[in-house]
Ligand binder design. Sequence first.
Ligand SMILES: Nc1ncnc2c1ncn2[C@@H]1O[C@H](COP(=O)(O)OP(=O)(O)OP(=O)(O)O)[C@@H](O)[C@H]1O
Ligand SMILES: [Mg+2]
Length: 213
Amino acid sequence: MAGFAITVAQQKGGSGKTTLAANLAVEYLSRGHSVAVLDTDPQGSLGRWFMTRREAMGEAAGLDFATASAWGVSYELEKLRKSNEIVIIDTPPKIDSDLKPTLRASNLVLVPVASSHVDLWATESILDMAQREDRKTLLVLNRAASRAKLTSEVSEQLDGLPGARASTVIGSRVIYAEVLGQGKAVGEKAAKGPAAAEISALADEIADVLNQS
Ligand SMILES: Nc1ncnc2c1ncn2[C@@H]1O[C@H](COP(=O)(O)OP(=O)(O)OP(=O)(O)O)[C@@H](O)[C@H]1O
Ligand SMILES: [Mg+2]
């Protein structure tokens, strides 16, 4: 892996963009890659997560970090790419032309869809924009409640959307919310738990897509 940029984007707020960005960053770090996170969301949640991590762990936080406004992304990304194998970009819950420079600079657009119809309806705009920019996308079902009828309905409809869909499903688990507030990732709190296993499986799927490019 070299200089790959993964953008996490979805119009719907609260779909899990920041959660997945943080957990995937630590997952790739634990595999020995150099990783940076780039926060382009003015809410700054990923930045807060990173600062909490730095305070708790110091140098052992292990990640590079930067923020950028929509128009400054390509410049920041160019810098981060020089010293990192993987850059993960978190974006605001808004799909408009501001996102284009970020998409153009990305190797893959990861689109989390939380298990609800409203989240599903919000998904087409990012898929359309990524397609217009000729970017690869990967849909991932997040906050899936096992055995819920709603989850299987949303999952079925995800299959009907254009572009690739991760076979990994991210469950609805309190640990995701807990660790984010501590500046950590799920694997750092429960290395053998189901959340760590699903993040690892998703990281594998993303790496496969990136290595095909
Ligand atoms: N798989 C999950 N299981 C349980 N809680 C989750 C999961 N994914 C995300 N959450 C929780 O849902 C909330 C929203 O997640 P997150 O902040 O990652 O979404 P977001 O898409 O980045 O939101 P925004 O659009 O506001 O930036 C957070 O409280 C987070 O802890
Ligand atoms: Mg966010």
